[in-house]
Design a protein around this ligand. Structure first.
Ligand code: PEP
Ligand code: MG
Length: 755
């Protein structure tokens, strides 16, 4: 009796018959042949075929209904035909009239002329499509939803069978790429320079499936229910446990998450899989595959976000079912290269920066704060490596070439050897920089440039001497808030600032007040979800609207610098009035401290970051108000170009080395000089030798940068004739070029300047 597949029972019968075929013995080809004929008869289809990917082609491995001689002869190139389309999109294709589809490709050797209806589903494992399972009918019809599902189930089980070598010996099968094994090179962008060799550690691991097919759906449903309860309870406990602790955006996210975890549709999809005969794990895996496939095709950012959340829930559930340790960091090997789609700065810090050899992201942006944290800790990082997640497996050997912007997966031993040599060369160069460490930075024509360090944690501050910096030009105080679940108490703020000052010794430290918002979130500080966070409630806007937080911080800074020098500056100031208000708070807190009999700092300088074009055009008016200026080039360029620094689509589209941006920076420096205000550049660009060369040519003499930029910049400066560079660059500022990067690079090369 042919079971009607439009029922759960139908799918179960399919699975049972499949198991019988597997248990009956025989060779791999024989099993595949029996499998296609069983599927065809159970689904009342005229044709059933299995295509598997060999190298760059989809090869026909078995068929019922097409000509037998086409097996292992019909080979469709990547993307060719309807099979290619299914493999490419990773989604089912259900057509009533396949022959009129624009991607239909006629292969005479198969004799498929009379078939109209076509249903193809991808054979997927670990997010990789490595084959396509097809049924076809002569009659023009659309397959029902349950039939699509039944075929997907079979494809899922088939994927596991093929990948686990359970089919038996077949020479053609050896070349099927069910698991990435060949060396691959993925291009990306350098987010933090360096070289690393290590093993892949997945931020969201793929939990291996145990059993796929289960005999006892009742027991599986009970396992699923228990797993779901565990995931939901954990989320509920997080939400209810401490309302104060998780607030603002984090709370919104969790609440949405919690609501999704209770979504009856999600649960129904999971249970349908179990009723069809899958194990609880395989049922989750199937739903996860659906979410991933929809994510791949979704352009709408809200839908993408929801699908990301759903995928995360699937992952949590898979981990719960496997009884896995939810704490990822604990399982990390000592030579881990962290692999993620995207990463927030707090997530990165949670891993313990010192334990990571490198980071590779499929997405991300070089101006984002995760990248800043990576640079601060000298962790090589490559971002925007397209296809990374589908090509890498946990434990794969990886070379992270964050010089060229490449991720090399499973490299050949010779390549590893070559990279080890390059690492040695890098260390030799580092030794060269170390030689210059204690020497002041001076250009060839005698111009003195002060190089300072950007830091954010006590650990970074201790690097000030090793890095050869003359002080800390930017201490990002928000990092302490970002890594703490609770609001850092005033005493711990004081303790941190004291430690930083002590680490710097007699070198100056510039503390920047809390700069949260945008892509920097602190679990303990409540913020609302915003349409445009980069243009939203961030930096000093938050501080001025919530003066309590700002005043506590100022008190901590005053206490830590009693009897010493305090340099404090404010982020994201837009108007003079805002800056006056900030300075006003400093003075009020000093008066308050005096009233309490405290000494206060021996010397006070209050500065402001130039991060908004509005303030950049108000520099003459800052004379007498501010004691110093520091250009936050990351944000200033974000607002100058109207390009979100955390959005990879636009963040690398515009160049700070464009004539327009350089003219703007030149104007700022001239205005600052006319107003007698010392000015530095403290964005990431200051630590890149080519950019630093341009800034010095424009007259800047103070640059604050990540530790790893100091050695190369000092080295570059020693070879630079600043006067000659200025003579070269100034006329170019009037050009129509999009960027002067190439001109500057060839100038450096011909002048023997290493950039
Ligand atoms: C900047 O914007 O350039 C800057 C130094 O601040 P942050 O990167 O912390 O926003
Ligand atoms: Mg900034």
């Amino acid at each position: 009796m042919a079971a009607h597949p439009s029922s759960i029972g139908g799918a179960r019968i399919l699975l049972r018959r499949l198991r019988e075929i597997m248990e009956a013995g025989g060779g791999a080809q024989e099993r595949l042949d029996r499998l296609v004929s069983m599927i065809a008869s159970t689904m009342v289809a005229d044709v059933c075929s299995i295509y598997l990917k060999r190298g760059r082609v989809n090869e026909l491995f078995a068929t019922e209904g097409l000509k037998r001689e086409a097996v292992h002869t019909t080979r469709l190139k990547e993307g060719e035909g309807l099979v290619g389309l299914v493999a490419e999109t990773g989604r089912p294709l259900n057509l009533a009239d396949a022959q009129h589809h624009p991607r239909f490709s006629y292969r005479p050797e198969t004799g498929e002329d009379p078939f109209n209806a076509f249903l193809g589903v991808p054979i997927v494992r670990s997010e990789r499509v490595f084959g396509v399972l097809v049924v076809q009918n002569k009659a023009s019809r659309t397959y029902g939803e349950d039939e699509v599902e039944a075929l997907q189930l079979i494809a899922q089980v088939l994927a596991e069978i093929v990948a686990s070598n359970a089919l038996g010996d077949l020479s053609e099968l050896k070349e099927v790429e069910f698991k990435p094994s060949r060396p691959e090179r993925l291009g990306g962008r350098v987010f933090s320079e360096g070289l690393a060799i290590g093993q892949a550690f997945l931020h969201e691991p793929h939990t291996p499936l145990g059993r796929i097919v289960a005999d006892d759906p009742v027991a599986e449903e009970a396992r699923l229910t228990a797993g779901l309860a565990q995931v939901r309870e954990r989320l509920a406990a997080l939400l209810d446990g401490d309302v104060q602790r998780i607030a603002g955006e984090s709370r919104d996210v969790l609440e949405t998450f919690h609501a999704l975890a209770k979504d009856p549709h999600w649960e129904a999809r999971l249970k349908a899989g179990i009723r069809a005969g899958l194990s609880a794990d395989a049922a989750v895996e199937r739903v996860r595959g659906e979410h991933r496939a929809r994510l791949a095709g979704a352009a709408d950012p809200l839908l993408r976000e929801q699908l990301h959340d759903l995928e995360d829930l699937d992952n949590r559930l898979l981990r719960a079912l496997a009884g896995a340790d939810p704490s990822q960091a604990a399982a990390m090997p000592h030579d881990a290269i962290l692999i993620a789609r995207n990463l927030g700065p707090a997530e990165l810090l949670e891993y313990g920066a010192e334990r990571l050899k490198g980071i590779a992201l499929e997405e991300g942006a070089s101006g984002g704060h995760a990248a800043i944290v990576a640079r601060a800790h000298d962790i090589p990082m490559v971002g925007r490596a397209g296809g990374l997640l589908t090509r890498v497996e946990a434990g794969d050997r990886i070379i992270l070439d964050a010089e060229a912007g490449e991720v090399r997966l499973r490299p050949e031993p010779e390549v590893v050897r070559a990279y080890k040599q390059r690492q040695e060369l890098r260390s030799a160069r580092a030794a060269e920089y170390a030689r210059l460490r204690d020497a002041p930075a001076v250009t060839k024509d005698g111009k003195r440039v002060i190089l300072l360090l950007n830091a954010g944690l006590a650990l970074d501050a201790h690097h000030v001497a090793d890095a050869g910096a003359e002080g800390i030009g930017l201490f990002r105080t928000e990092f302490q808030f970002m890594v703490s679940e609770t609001l850092p108490k005033q005493e711990s703020q004081v303790a941190l600032y004291r430690e930083v000052l002590a680490a710097a010794g007699d070198r100056p430290v510039t503390f920047r007040t809390l700069d949260l918002g945008g892509d920097k979130a602190a679990p303990s500080v409540q913020t609302e979800r915003e349409e445009n966070p980069a243009l939203g409630w961030r930096g000093v806007r938050m501080g001025l609207d919530r003066p309590a937080l700002l005043r506590y911080q100022l008190r901590a800074l005053l206490e830590a610098s009693e009897g010493a020098r305090l340099r404090v500056m404010f982020p994201l100031v837009t108007t003079l009035e805002e800056f006056d208000a900030c300075r006003g708070w400093v003075l009020k807190e000093i008066a308050e401290a005096k009233r309490k009999g405290r000494a206060g700092p021996a010397e006070l300088e209050v500065g402001v970051m130039i991060e908004t074009p509005a303030l950049a055009f108000a520099i003459p008016r800052l004379k007498g108000r501010a004691d110093f200026l520091s250009i936050g080039a990351n944000d200033l360029m974000q607002y100058f170009f109207a390009a979100d620094r955390a959005n990879p689509r636009v963040s690398d589209r515009y160049d700070i080395l464009s004539p327009a941006a350089l003219r703007f920076l030149k104007q700022i420096r001239e205005d600052a000089a006319a107003a007698d205000l010392p000015v530095s550049i403290c964005g990431e660009a200051g630590g890149r030798p080519l950019e630093a060369m341009a800034f010095v040519a424009l007259g800047y003499d103070r640059l604050s940068m990540p530790a790893q930029g100091i050695g190369p910049t000092k080295f570059m400066l020693a070879a630079l004739d600043a006067g000659a560079a200025a003579a070269f660059i100034l006329p170019l500022l009037d050009s129509d070029k999009v960027s002067l990067r190439t001109d500057l690079a060839s100038y450096a090369k011909s002048s023997g300047i290493a950039v």
